[in-house]
Design a protein around this ligand. Structure first.
Ligand code: DOR
Ligand code: ZN
Length: 436
């Protein structure tokens, strides 16, 4: 079985490849990349005319909540991977705040077994502490053996500094990065949105930026002390970014990610009390959003990750105070970044591949060959001319909780290949998922 992708414009900074090329895929392996591949025998070759479309290496989302086991009403490994495929992610790292928590090898094995049948590659993240409670370390060595690529108590901070110190010492000896959810619970309290002008006029309980920054500072100090590799999850403030920049200059092994929602929306979006704007850390003020964008542009931000946090309609129902925190992000990430940031020239597609491919692969120690002859390619095709409306009915994720519902986005992922096999085809606007 041969597949010929004709005339797509490639953006592949891994292989320094850019420009229009034809790509031949034979038996799922990229066998040829060149300016004009002639395939006369059209019987056993399927030809796709990709003139005007872009081809990128498959993207990695290193921060995803797949919810299985335990919260299958919110998302399953199957549906989360379908959403990833539709969003252009060929590899996703899944957070351990499931039920049971992925703090043990059996749960990690369960996730891996389910993921084998799913559409994209899944990389499990293990819990730092037992049951994610921050009280007692998980069996980090066994988790590593079971195949986790990182450790995190995401959803909650490790409040006890001594426990975080020991976690970092173990993580360093097992060569696992710590992905830290930075939040001082005493400072965030029962807050529901960013502390500032809007929390005051809306009468909603505030979460100050310092609740996040104080923990970023602590974890940087602990990483310096222990030599651990530290990755700051969903960084959302200007001051936090300065702390990371300073740590990098001091040679500390630290990286950070920001989410599309923190780059796109500020806290004025909470004005309609839409529970889909409720997320942790909260949407920050304009100044922070501007600083995060600048941080991406300057290369201080290593990674853009969605923190895909699907919830049911019921979880998000009712008053803002009681709604669950989280935004469903896999399917809108690339299009919304394209619409708001790439088209406005904050960065380009090569940067996107660095932020959502090369850098997450480096942090999680994953192979990332890009589009190269001899490999089973993870690649995606993006149509910059396709405008689409975000609608509940067409999202593959069970989580419809996004403030982008009803909004028009520019550009869309239209083909996704995982290990050389097409798993998603939206060329004809049908959003087809392909299992076999
Ligand atoms: O908004 C969030 N939702 N932030 C987190 O840290 C956890 C996540 C979740 O698990 O729903
Ligand atoms: Zn998260």
């Amino acid at each position: 079985m041969k597949l010929l992708l004709k005339k797509g414009k490639i953006f592949d900074p891994v292989n320094n490849l850019s420009g229009e090329y034809d790509i031949l895929i034979e038996n799922r392996v990229v066998s040829k990349i060149s300016k004009n591949i002639m395939e006369k025998d059209s019987k056993d070759v399927e030809i796709y005319d990709l003139n005007g479309l872009y081809i990128l290496p498959g993207l990695i989302d290193m921060h995803v909540h797949l919810r299985e086991p335990g919260y299958e009403e919110k998302e399953t490994i199957k549906t989360g991977c379908e959403a990833a495929a539709a969003g252009g992610f060929t590899t996703i790292a899944c957070m351990p705040n499931t039920k049971p928590v992925a703090d043990n090898p059996a749960t990690v094995e369960y996730i891996k077994a389910k993921a084998e049948k799913a559409l994209v590659n899944v990389v499990p993240v293990g819990s730092i502490t037992k049951n994610g409670e921050g009280k007692e370390l998980a069996e980090i060595g066994f988790l590593k053996e079971a195949g986790v690529r990182a450790l995190s108590d995401d959803g909650n901070p490790v409040m006890n500094s001594e426990i975080m110190r020991r976690a970092m010492e173990y993580a360093a000896s097992f060569m696992l990065p710590i992905i830290s959810h930075c939040e001082d619970k005493n400072l965030s309290g029962d807050g529901v949105m960013n502390d500032g002008y809007y929390s005051t006029i809306l009468g909603l309980k505030p979460i100050p930026t310092v609740a996040e920054e104080i923990m970023i500072a602590r974890d940087i100090l602990l990483a310096e002390y222990t030599g651990a590799s530290l990755h700051i999850a969903h960084l959302s403030t200007e001051r936090g970014l300065e702390l990371v920049l300073d740590a990098k200059r001091r040679g500390i092994n630290v990286s950070c990610e920001v989410t599309p929602h923190h780059l796109l929306f500020d806290d004025s979006y909470v004005t309609g009390y839409d529970p889909d704007t409720k997320v942790n850390p909260p949407l920050r003020d304009k100044r922070d959003v501007t600083a995060l964008r600048e941080g991406v542009k300057m290369g201080i931000v290593d990674v853009i990750a969605t923190d895909h946090a699907p919830h049911t309609y019921e979880d998000k129902l009712g008053e803002y105070d009681y709604a669950a925190f989280g935004i469903s992000g896999l399917e809108t990430a690339v299009s919304s970044l394209y619409t708001e940031l790439i088209l406005k020239e904050l960065f380009d597609f090569n940067d996107l591949v660095r932020l959502m491919g090369i850098n997450p692969a480096r942090i999680l120690k994953l192979d990332y060959p890009g589009i190269r002859v001899g490999t089973r390619a993870d690649l995606i095709v993006f149509d910059p001319g396709r405008n689409w409306k975000v609608e509940k009915e067409t999202l593959k994720s069970k989580g419809k909780n996004t403030p982008l519902l009803g909004k028009e986005l520019k550009g869309k992922v239209v083909l996704t290949f995982v290990k050389g096999k097409m798993v998603y085809n939206d060329l004809e606007n049908k959003g087809v998922l392909i299992y076999e």
